[in-house]
Design a protein around this ligand. Structure first.
Ligand code: CA
Length: 232
C-alpha cells in the first residue's frame, strides 16, 4: 500500500486530507510539526509528502529544501500546501523543490487529482492503475499478472519487482536502486538477493513467453526491455 505523509498543524485540515487519502486506498501518517515530520521521514520513506508551508518551528519550505539536498529524500514527491496565494510564494515553493503546489482552501477533488498526477510522474508504482507492456498486463488492484488470458503465477516480491520494472521500462536499475525501490529503504539485504528474485521472476514469466523481458545489463544492473527477440 502506498504511504503518504501529511505534514499539517491544523487538525481539521489534516483530518480532512487523511480521510480522503485513506478513502482512495492510501496509508496515511500525519505529522503536526516539522520535527515530527523529520522523525517520520527518518523512520520510513513515504511515497509522497503533502507539506504545509506554515508550521510551528521549521517551515515547510525549509523542510523541502533539506529533503531535496539529501540523497535519500532527493526524489521524494512533495506537494506544498499553503494559505498564501501570491505568485512570489508559489515560485519560492517550487524553487525549494516542491513538485506541485496547492493553495488553501482547495477541493478534495483537486487534492486527489494533484496527488495522482505527481505520483504518475514521479512514482507510478505507487498508484493502483494497471500497466501493460508487450502484452503482459499487471493489475495492482487485483494483484494479477496475465498475458492474453493466461494468468502468471508469481510471488509477492516478484510481483513488486515486476511492477517497478513495468512502470520504469527501458531504464537500467542497479541492484542497490532496486533494493531501495522495491524492498524499501533501511532494508539491509545483500545485493545478490536481487539476482535470486530476478531469476524467479524470469521463471514465472517463462510460461507466457516473457522470460526475456528483464535484461541483465553487465556491470550495471537490470532493465525491462520492450524490444523482445524470439518472442514466443
Ligand atoms: Ca499551517
Amino acid at each position: 500500500m502506498s504511504r503518504v505523509l501529511v505534514v499539517e498543524d491544523e487538525p481539521a485540515i489534516a483530518e480532512l486530507i487523511a480521510l480522503n487519502l485513506r478513502h482512495s486506498g492510501f496509508d496515511v501518517v500525519v505529522a503536526t510539526t516539522g520535527d515530527a515530520a523529520q522523525v517520520e521521514i527518518d523512520r520510513v520513506l513515504p511515497n509522497l509528502v503533502l507539506l504545509d508551508w506554515m508550521l510551528p518551528g521549521q517551515s515547510g519550505l525549509s523542510l523541502a529544501k533539506r529533503w531535496r539536498s539529501e540523497a535519500r529524500t532527493r526524489e521524494l514527491p512533495i506537494i506544498m500546501l499553503t494559505a498564501r496565494a501570491q505568485e512570489v510564494d508559489k515560485v519560492a515553493g517550487l524553487d525549494a523543490g516542491a513538485d506541485d503546489y496547492l493553495t488553501k482552501p482547495f477541493s478534495t477533488h483537486e487534492l486527489m487529482a494533484r496527488v495522482r498526477a505527481v505520483l504518475r510522474r514521479k512514482a507510478p508504482q505507487a498508484l493502483d492503475s494497471a500497466v501493460e507492456v508487450t502484452g503482459l498486463r499487471l493489475d495492482p488492484a487485483t494483484r494479477r499478472v496475465s498475458r492474453e488470458d493466461q494468468e502468471v503465477k508469481i510471488g509477492p516480491t516478484e510481483f513488486k519487482l515486476l511492477h517497478f520494472f513495468m512502470t520504469h521500462p527501458e531504464r537500467v536499475h542497479s541492484r542497490a536502486q532496486l533494493l531501495d525501490k522495491v524492498w524499501g529503504d533501511h532494508v539491509f539485504i545483500e545485493e545478490r538477493t536481487v539476482d535470486v528474485h530476478v531469476k524467479r521472476l524470469r521463471e514465472a514469466l517463462s510460461p507466457v513467453g516473457r522470460s526475456q523481458l528483464i535484461e541483465t545489463v553487465r556491470g550495471a544492473g537490470y532493465r525491462l526491455t520492450q524490444q523482445l527477440t524470439n518472442v514466443a
